[in-house]
Design a protein around this ligand. Structure first.
Ligand SMILES: Cc1ncc(COP(=O)(O)O)c(C=O)c1O
Length: 305
């Protein structure tokens, strides 16, 4: 990770190395905290564009609300803080990580009176699953780790502790020499990647899992907008593992992974490897994120540096 100069912490900028917390912080022990992952794209000379800032901040507040964390800032204050963090660090192209966490005080499980903190960091960052993966597709493995059941973890929330599930799935995939894991839900249907949503294409129709056990991804939402604009039918439905194997195309969507084709699942090649629809969506997604498509400019918060 490439360090930047400042981190926003509870309303003030502190030096990167001085943004520290107490070892008895509640979130460190129990994982109850919420976070986001946002990208800023270079949209011009000295012009960054934060992609879907409002949607990410809304999801951060939704995540906190689902688990009963009261964020001591208004949404607009967090939006401004994110924009300022990008500006002061002069990151034209990178990743932004806001996190809401609970500090020290009570150490029992019920400690809703402990202070709630917010931190925002940004750093320059390239592709998540690699340039080669973006171009030619990644190899994924169906994980032995299941995606959370929506009644054991509230899957619409992006909660710190929930990510142990994704970390274990990712570890299994990487140590088995795959690029990414795909998790099934507790009923055995395809759910999502360790940090991405998933789509398949069969006979020119696109399918993506219903929003039951998945994180409602912002890139998923943008992908659906693109599909609508392209006049390609997109269905939200259950997807079986063998349907994924037999897809003409499959791809992952996420702020970090962007639009990444899947070239192989469990050693089975997907389609003929040409991914025409995925490539169309990918091309459009990059035009949109870099501010080259007028119709989507409202999704970008421009930051002059
Ligand atoms: C588990 C999981 N699913 C899906 C996504 C994709 O969401 P988004 O497109 O909002 O980044 C992410 C990334 O945040 C994730 O962690």
């Amino acid at each position: 990770m490439q360090k930047t100069e400042y981190i926003w912490l509870d309303g003030k900028f502190v030096k990167w190395d001085e943004a520290k917390i107490h070892v008895l912080s509640y979130t460190l022990h129990y994982g109850l905290g919420a976070f986001e992952g946002i990208r800023v794209y270079k949209c011009g000379e000295n012009l960054g564009g934060i992609f879907c800032l409002k949607w990410h901040v809304q999801r951060l507040f939704d995540s906190a609300r689902i688990v009963g964390i009261r964020i001591p800032f208004k949404m607009e204050e967090i939006e401004n803080a994110i924009t300022e963090t990008v500006r002061v660090n002069k990151v034209l192209s990178g990743y932004i990580r806001p996190i809401v966490f609970i500090g020290e005080g009570e150490m029992g499980l019920y400690a809703y009176n402990n202070p709630v903190h917010v931190a925002i960091a940004v750093w320059p960052w390239g592709t998540y699953l690699g340039e080669e993966g973006l171009r030619n597709g990644v190899r994924v493995k169906i994980s032995s780790i299941q995606r959370h059941h929506p009644n054991s973890s509230f899957t619409k929330a992006k909660i710190c502790g929930y990510y142990v599930n994704s970390v274990l799935a990712k570890k299994e995939a990487k140590e088995g020499a795959y690029d990414e894991a795909v998790l099934l839900d507790t009923e055995g249907f395809v759910s999502e990647g360790a940090g991405e949503n998933i789509f398949i294409v069969k006979n020119n129709i696109v399918k993506t899992p219903l929003a039951y056990s998945i994180l409602p991804g912002i890139t998923r939402r943008v992908t659906m907008m693109i599909l609508e604009e392209l006049g390609i039918e997109c269905r939200e439905d259950r997807i079986t593992r063998d349907e994924l194997y037999l897809a003409d195309e499959a791809f992952l969507t996420g702020t970090a992974a962007e639009i990444t084709p899947i070239r192989e699942v469990d050693g089975i090649k997907i389609g003929d490897g040409s991914f025409p629809i995925t490539r169309k969506i990918q091309g459009k997604y990059f035009d949109i994120t870099q501010g080259k498509d007028e119709k989507y400019l409202h999704l970008i918060e421009f930051v002059k540096m």
